[in-house]
Structures are given as C-alpha cells and as structure tokens.
Design a protein around this ligand. Structure first.
Ligand code: AMP
Length: 392
C-alpha cells in the first residue's frame, strides 16, 4: 500500500514532488497544458499545508545534455500563471545554487527544477545524482504516473533516501481506475488494442484474458493476428516473431469463451502517404502486395456494434495510421463509438487520447490516462518500479 499526500504530515516541510511536465511544445510555447493542469490538485494541497515545494520533471529527450530547446522555463511561467504566484526557476536541478535555493525556500513557495534529463545520471538512476536530488527535501511525492514504469533517479533512486514518501492525487486516480478495471469491471468488459507494436500489448492481452469478455484488435498489430489465422496480409506490418504467441492467444481465448474481433476488411495502399491511391479489400481477397493502413467500413460497423453493448471499455492504440488523414477514419469512428457507448471508458496512450480529444468527446470518458507505457505495464500485472519504491 502507498501513502497519499494527504495522509502524510507535510506541514511546513520541504516536499519534492515528481511531476510529469513532459508537455508538447510548438515554437517554444506550450501546445497542450493538460499535464500541468492535472498536477494542480496535489500542488494546491501542498500549498494549503504551507509546504515548501520543489517540483522535478523531465521534458522531451535531451539525451543527457543541457539544451535550451528542452528547458522547462515555459512550463515554469505557465505554472506561475495558473497558480497566480511566483515559481522560482533555477538554471539546473542539482548543484550548490539549487541546494541553497531549496534551503532558503519559505513556506508556500514553489521551485520548479530545470529538466532532470539534462543530466545523463537521471535515466541511469545514478546513486550520487539521486542523493543530490534527495538532499533538497524532507518528503518525497510521486505524481508522475507516465514515468512510473521507469527506474530513474527521480522516480526510484532518490526515493530510498526518504522515510516520508507517497503518491499525489493524480497517481492515486490512475491507480484507482486501473485497479477498478481488474477487480470490479461491469460486464461486458471490452478491451480495444491497436497501434503498430504487438510486443507492447501482447502481455496485457494475456493478463486481461481472465477479466475481459471481448478483445477488439485493430491497427497494425491486427495483421500479426490475422497472419496467425492464416489470412494473406500482403505487405502489411507484421511482427513475425510474435505470430506464434498470437496464435496461442487466439486458441486460449477460444477455450475460455473470450471473443476476439479482428478486422474483416481494411483500407489498402502502397505507401503511407496523403493522397496515395487506396482501396478497401476483405480478408481473403488478393491484397496485391499492398499494405493495410486502416480498418475498413465493415470492420468499423462490427467493432462499433460491439462497443455499443459494452459496460466497461479499455482502449489503447489507434486503428490505423491516423496521422495521415486518408487513414484516420477507423480511429475516429471507434473514438466516437466509445464516446457514445455510455460505458465506463478508460483510455490510455498518447495516440488514442489525442483521437478522443480531437473528436471532442473527452468529457464522455471516465478516465483519460496520463500514462501509455505505465498503464500497459500496470495492466500486464507488472510492478511499476516507481510504485514499488513507495510501498510501505
Ligand atoms: P504504438 O506505439 O504501437 O501504439 O503504435 C502507434 C502507431 O501505430 C501510430 O503512429 C500509427 O500510425 C501506427 N499504426 C496504426 N495502424 C497501423 C498500420 N495498419 N500499419 C502501420 N502502422 C500503423
């Protein structure tokens, strides 16, 4: 079990909160501030307890070197606007200057450290770097669900230095929803998976086999499953190494009475290009060496009908190459069906969440997860390193 920030005595103490401010930037401006907004309940709670707040985050992949293009400065400014108070922003996340600033923090003051990944030691979970971070505070709170599947200095290494540690409200909400899916889902429970990589999802499918009534598999990963069923998939994306496992999953589902819906038709083209010539073809027809880049109309109708019957839905991964308008229809139609289903829907993964937002139905979802990889590892039954270190 984990302590939640409101169960920990943080009054007037120095509290390090690991947040996930890995926000999209466009021309140096924040393109979507959702991650910052979602951290506010935890920060506001700490403020109400007059804590001295030190926030740590990464932004992008600066590969261990300082790079102004990945500076958290725009985030510090935006956070300051949202909170209506100053946010101290040092030039680094460790070192004497930062240590002094942390030591001098007054009650109710906030400091956001510069990008943790400007130091290669962060991702290496380096003990010395971890200790330097830990020395800044007396209490550790993790509210960055999206990186909890990573054992980095700020999510794992530094935590061993704290007696008082726990999770923030954002992580609490994530865990409650995901645990709810595994422990008490309303049936029918339907899990929809898509995207290109089979390897990321196969473990989750195996673990969910005892929980769900129906799997819907679309997107690039579906063609590995179709190949396992002996369908000719032309030049569609396939993970040859996973065909055998896909075959085993299909057999197990049959034995257990779990339905697996795969595409029955697909939109085919020679290349992933806007404006390229495309056509719809059924399974079993000649695909002429073309690639399936979206699910077809019959598939959309079949998937949507199942989705409408569901009481609980989990969705991760797009149904096609939705970044190209020619191949976006399947993903957006499925998003709409999920929105209209009235089911308790939990959606994770950047692509699926984006599709839901662009469809304007985000408010119809029970929960949009801030973690793609972390959500999948949790549902796979793995212990997330960032949670393990917080176990009391
Ligand atoms: P993943 O990271 O595994 O969730 O994959 C997401 C990516 O899968 C997106 O960028 C999509 O463009 C891609 N994708 C979805 N369907 C297909 C497909 N049929 N063929 C190739 N790529 C696909």
């Amino acid at each position: 079990m984990y302590s939640v920030i409101n169960q920990i005595q943080i009054d007037k103490k120095k509290v390090f909160i690991r947040v996930d401010y890995n926000v999209p930037l466009a021309d140096g401006k924040i393109a979507d501030d959702r991650r910052i907004a979602e951290s506010l309940p935890t920060i506001e709670h700490a403020l109400s307890r007059e804590a001295k707040i030190i926030l740590g985050s990464h932004l992008g992949r600066p590969k261990g070197v300082s790079n102004p293009g990945f500076s958290l400065l725009p985030v510090a400014e935006h956070l300051s606007d949202l909170l209506g108070r100053d946010v101290i922003f040092p030039e680094d996340c460790v070192g004497d200057a930062v240590k002094k600033l942390a030591g001098d923090l007054r009650e109710g003051e906030i400091m956001l450290l510069e990008n943790l990944r400007f130091h290669p030691e962060e991702e290496k979970n380096d003990p010395h770097f971890s200790k330097q971070l830990a020395q800044l505070a007396e209490v550790y709170i993790d509210d960055a669900f999206g990186v909890m599947h990573r054992a980095h200095a700020s999510t794992a290494g530094m935590v061993s230095h704290f007696k008082e540690k726990g999770i923030g409200f954002l992580v609490k909400k994530e865990i409650e929803y995901l645990q709810g899916l595994l422990s008490k889902p309303a049936h029918p429970f339907l899990a929809i998976f898509g995207g290109a990589k089979v390897s990321d999802k196969i473990g989750v499918i195996e673990n969910l086999m005892n929980h769900v009534d129906v799997f819907i598999i679309g997107g690039g990963m579906a063609y590995t499953f179709l190949k396992a069923r002996g369908v000719d998939i032309g030049q569609s994306i396939v993970d040859e190494a996973k065909i055998h496992q896909a075959e085993k999953i299909l057999k197990r589902a049959e034995i257990k009475g779990v339905q697996v819906l795969l595409p029955v038709d697909s939109v085919l083209a020679s290349d992933i290009l806007a404006g390229v010539k495309s056509r719809v073809a059924n399974n079993g027809e000649k695909w002429d060496g073309l690639k399936a880049l979206d699910i077809g109309p019959q598939t959309i109708a079949g998937f949507a009908a199942k989705i409408r019957q569901a009481k609980t839905i989990l969705w991760n991964g797009p149904m096609g190459v939705f970044e190209v308008p020619d191949f976006e229809k399947g993903t957006f139609e499925i998003a709409r069906a999920v929105g209209e289903s009235g089911a308790c829907a939990v959606v994770g993964g950047g692509d699926s969440v984006l599709a839901i937002r662009r469809s304007g139905i985000a408010d119809k979802m029970a929960h949009l997860s801030t973690g793609g990889g972390a959500m999948m590892e949790f549902l796979e039954g793995k212990t997330l390193p960032g949670l393990k270190v917080l176990e009391a």
